[in-house]
Design a protein around this ligand. Sequence first.
Ligand code: HEC
Ligand code: HEC
Length: 215
Amino acid sequence: MIFTLLLALFQTAIPLPVHADDDVEAIAQGCAGCHGETGVPTDLKTVPIIWGQQRTYLVKQMHDYRAGDRENEVMSPIAQDFKPADARKIAAYFATKAWPEASGPKAAGAAVPPKGLDQCQACHGTSFEGGPSGPRLAGLSEAYLLAGMNAFASGNRTNNEDMPKFMRALTERERMAMARHISDVRPGKKAISAVSAPVPRQPAGSVAPGAFITE
Ligand code: HEC
Ligand code: HEC
């Protein structure tokens, strides 16, 4: 009984950064249990891709989960052990990985850009590759994108001032159409037409749009 318990604990334990010189690779192994060994999450519907995500966004999310500004029953406890220096290290580790070619089945109707999408491109990038003003969205699953958009709209996610306003201005149907479209965008491969905003400059060291595609 005790052995089984210990084994269960061991299997679910995530190596956490106790010392500043902890091996980032070892910590990342713990994340891989959900975020994936190759960057493809074990459950695309609920777990976001963090490989190749914007570094500053990752740092901020680790901060927000720890501070209680963003709440999630899985990530909030994990983030407790990440002091700012640890969060910066693990964020840099994942941000420099290439975004995986991850997607699930293509959604019907995803190819048609819904109206209003150009507003999002101003911050999330022309191909939703992300930049200094917003995280990458392209290639995240439709379900995860929609859950995030709905959480902003309903007031369950409040760690940004603008997003709740934008999301409340849309109907759920409009949010659904946007999530479906954005999840299907592959930067560098499929340019979308409704573009007026300039592409935000990529921060130094990040992967250029288009470099995510391996096939
Ligand atoms: C048991 C599964 C699990 C483990 C282990 C895990 N995560 Fe997560 N992670 C999640 C889920 C689920 C979410 C989405 C939570 C939400 O909706 O707020 C998430 C979200 C995130 C986000 C926000 C990304 C975004 O696009 O908003 C970051 C950053 C993150 N995790 C980093 C990590 C790091 C770093 C580790 C390892 C130290 C880790 N996670 C370990 C399940 C996990
Ligand atoms: C003024 C800039 C701005 C605009 C315009 C904007 N966003 Fe955002 N968005 C952000 C920022 C910044 C974040 C990250 C907030 C945080 O710190 O968690 C974000 C987060 C998100 C997330 C959560 C991503 C994740 O990994 O959890 C989604 C989904 C999203 N935005 C969709 C949209 C859509 C769709 C539109 C257009 C209708 C839009 N955004 C317009 C700045 C913007």
